[in-house]
Design a protein around this ligand. Structure first.
Ligand code: HEM
Ligand code: HEM
Length: 357
């Protein structure tokens, strides 16, 4: 005798019999989510651009991991082999490098658009905090990736970062020696940075992004008011309309980074030498402003002020909320935001100028 089960939704096909859930209907419902009309323009949907770059990073990063050796005696040589010997290794490495820059730029621009349109305000405060943590994770990806190459600047960049961490009040020494795996940058540091780059940071990134997207779904993307456009409140479905927009942007970006990879492939400077300090220790461009600040105010003050600024950035929606409670309609955030952006650009350009002279 065979047991007969009551028929469930989704049954009847091979897959439906094994996954008795209305998967197709669920996907259709998910894709039918209305998206505000302004997302048709790139500036308003930069979050999708960051996601596209992240996808490129994961694919190229996994390919690089097949050949990369996280050991100081072999790391530099393995990157050299990727660049010179492995078929298309130079191309994959260059894509990873250019896409990393693209991702950092997209994440920063996305955060700026959220900030200047006030899209972080109630009820989206927590999603801003999650986004701010995503920004930190993205920068940490860039920093650890740069260190993996194990050329002179990778080594000395990690040394400066270690000194900065040491200056964190109370826990600095402990934190620095935990991250470095000792009192100086050694073999332990490389294994730890590698573990961070391909293990912990991707896990943190995907966890945070899952929450980020969940919040976006729950709240929907904020509606914006445009003075000149009556049709701005018009919505269109996520699938196929918005999906196609993102696909076209994605393909365009792939062509751009592919051209950049071919015209300006990732190079390789001298191997790390703990005994020779380079004339200029140069981090990635998105850390230039921190270096400038460090040189201007000294290690201890820089660490404390950067920590405070980071805290204000992460919790800005609540600070802004408190200000607007006292002064309803206040747009102080826009003024402060403009000043902050100008200061960051000036410090970045200043440091770039110093490093190139
Ligand atoms: C890998 C990084 C990130 C990805 C893939 C991502 C993805 C997205 C996407 C797809 C949207 C929908 C609207 C749009 O595209 O603009 C969005 C909205 C949002 N994002 Fe992000 N994001 C990232 C980083 C950040 C950062 C760094 C922040 C803030 C510091 C942030 C805060 C927000 C907020 C508050 C919204 C809601 C905006 C609204 O409803 O208009 N995100 N994000
Ligand atoms: C799961 C995702 C990822 C994996 C498995 C991965 C893996 C790797 C590996 C093995 C290397 C060393 C090999 C080499 O430099 O050629 C590397 C380098 C690097 N990674 Fe990643 N990565 C991932 C995501 C990211 C992300 C999201 C970023 C930045 C936003 C990033 C930025 C970098 C940078 C800047 C380098 C140095 C590039 C160079 O000069 O060669 N990576 N990555």
């Amino acid at each position: 005798m065979t047991a007969t089960e009551p028929k469930q939704q989704g049954e009847g096909s091979w897959l439906g019999d094994r996954i008795p859930l209305p998967v197709g209907e669920m996907l259709t419902a998910l894709g039918a989510e209305p998206v505000p009309g302004h997302l048709k323009r790139w500036w308003w949907c930069l979050g999708g651009t960051a996601a596209i770059f992240l996808l490129v990073q994961v694919v190229t990063g996994i390919l690089l991991s097949f050949y990369y050796v996280p050991d100081p005696d072999h790391a530099y040589e393995s990157v050299q082999a990727i660049t010179e010997d492995v078929s298309f290794g130079w191309y994959i490495r260059s894509l990873h490098k250019w896409s990393a820059n693209g991702m950092v730029a997209a994440v920063i621009l996305h955060a700026l658009r959220i900030f200047f349109t006030g899209a972080y305000r109630k009820p989206r405060e927590l999603n801003w905090c999650i986004g701010a943590l995503i920004l930190v994770v993205t920068m940490a990806f860039g920093f650890t990736g740069y260190s993996l190459v194990y050329e002179q600047l990778s080594y000395w960049g990690a040394t400066v970062a270690g000194n900065l961490t040491e200056s964190v009040p109370v826990i600095g020494q402990m934190l620095a020696s935990f991250l470095r795996g000792g009192d100086e940058v050694t073999a332990n540091t490389l294994t730890r940075f590698h573990m961070l780059h391909i293990g912990l940071l991707p896990t943190a990134m995907f966890g945070l992004l899952a929450l980020h997207f969940l919040f976006i779904r729950v709240h929907g993307v904020s509606e914006l008011e445009f003075k000149d456009q009556a049709g701005a409140t018009k919505t269109f479905p996520f699938f196929p309309d918005h999906f196609m927009t993102e696909l076209i942007i994605g393909l365009g970006l792939l062509i751009v980074i592919s051209c950049l990879a071919v015209i300006f492939p990732a190079g390789l400077a001298d191997k790390a030498d703990p005994l020779v300090t380079p004339e200029h220790i140069k981090p990635e461009w998105y850390f230039f402003w921190t270096f400038r600040w460090l040189k201007l105010v000294g290690l201890q003050t820089a660490v404390v002020t950067l920590g405070l600024a980071g805290g204000v950035f992460v919790f800005w929606p609540f600070i802004d909320g408190a200000i607007r409670k006292r002064r309803p309609g206040s747009e102080l955030s826009v003024g402060l935001g403009i000043v902050a952006v100008i200061v960051l650009i000036v410090m970045t350009v200043w440091e770039a100028w110093v490093l190139s002279h």
